[in-house]
Design a protein around this ligand. Sequence first.
Ligand code: EPZ
Length: 424
Amino acid sequence: MEHIEIKGGHRLSGTVRISGAKNAALPILAATLLAPGKFQLHEVPQLEDVKIFLRLLQELGVKWERTSDHSLEIDSSGLKNFEAPYDLVRLMRASILVLGPLVARLGRARVALPGGCAIGARPIDLHLKGLELMGAKLKIKEGFVEAKAKRLNGATIYFDITSVTGTENLMMAASLAKGKTILENAAREPEVVALGELLLQMGAKIKGLGTDTITIEGSKELKAVDWTIIPDRIEAGTFLMAVGAAGGKLIIENCIPSHLDAVLEKLKNAGLKIDIIDKDKIGVQRRGKLKSIDIKTQPYPGFPTDLQAQIMVLMSIASGLSVITETIFENRFMHVAELRRLGADIKVEGRNAIVRGVSELTGAPVMATDLRASASLILAGLSAKGTTIIQGLNHLDRGYERIDKKLSAVGARIKRLKNGKEIT
Ligand code: EPZ
């Protein structure tokens, strides 16, 4: 069994380069279904989720090849299959992002319904309602959603709940629909904006990116382009918080500070020294004990739910009482039980986690339950006295490109081991 072993209490120092954003790469891979021809994609992170998405595209008839460590050439000219099989969709819920593009490009789609996951039921009703409003005929049968439409029509779609992939799916579908689509209460995440900017480059007509109302004028066809994936703001936030956990100072490069406004504000309030060094560089330093602050997760530009587990580690060793409220997912406190094993004092009451700072955490064996929980356990291990062993690395590899190697390069005593042998 592969596991990570961390000897805590070692300050960090040096420079870390952030990889391309997982949550930008996945919708952008889906967007290659919208246009025949060769896409050249750069800064594609080497993640399990990206590998699964490429397997899915290949299943659909898309050709792809890796042209360098972080670049791909993708050609969906041969797209013919419209079925996304359950054995791939169950591995990665973001597979649902092929639904909109397949209906738009082929007029048909049969996509296995993604089940729930550790952090919640994760329904896709808003994706389906939007496609129906655009004229698709939908059927739910044998665990699949089947969608048909000769050509989708533009429609006005109001999201009862702001949905990132819901907005992305329907923005892609609308880009080839007949007429105008208005997405209201749309998501404003940088990854949604990045997808919209790619679609614009492909010839789509889109207005309102980054606001809660996005207007798309459908085109008859779009073209393949070259594109570079934006840096991963959640990975950047995770490394900022690694300094909060372990102490020391880091320079985070290849990041976009303006994507992290809410996070930087909170980390400053907690007592970290934050310097915007350049348009793509942030300096972070911990000086003394952290202060307890309250956090409430919100859709962008609020504090991201994907950094909730990580900041909980910082509050576990801060000077007082912190209330962390998770408003996006109904079950995203799975890391609490594991943090308690390391000595954290956390009580969960519904959507709130009450965190009372302790003087220090103590290393122990723990089990990761989901992607961001595994990141929080690593941060806790960096901080804890003694040795922490983390299992469940399949979750971690979905969203972080060898975070253990990046951390050991800046002073963390962290090793990845399989059957007792170190994996370098
Ligand atoms: C995206 O998930 C991200 N994944 C998640 O990142 C992220 O946590 C989430 O957005 C929120 O920012 C990708 O981009 C691939 P939502 P998504 O639809 O789109 C409810 C990570 O760790 N909802 O914005 O699935 C839903 O239950 C992952 O990288 C419906 O009710 O999230 C949730 O409560 C985890 N019906 C809320 O909306 C729907 O049809 C927001 O979910 C869709 C969503």
